[in-house]
Ligand binder design. Sequence first.
Ligand SMILES: [Zn+2]
Length: 98
Amino acid sequence: METAKRNICESCGMPIRHLSQFGTHIDGSVNTEYCQYCYKHGAFTDPGITMEEKIKKNIAIARKMGISLEEAEIRAFSTIPRLKRWKKHMESVLNQAS
Ligand SMILES: [Zn+2]
């Protein structure tokens, strides 16, 4: 059910509290999977970014928000690999390896 879904961005893990924070489809309608910083008008704002780069980016953002490096690293490494955008990426890496 839509209402039972946890509202976090499936790309960066940011909690989404308002409809205006969601990303948008190409027709301008709301995309409830991603935040407005990651996904706009039907496309990722950072196409081609690797999971490792996204983790680094998130740590940098958290550091700016006053979070300690250790805490920021724990959060990024425990959250991002589980998100939908990166799970697919991880599966394709694993499939290529086998
Ligand atoms: Zn996001």
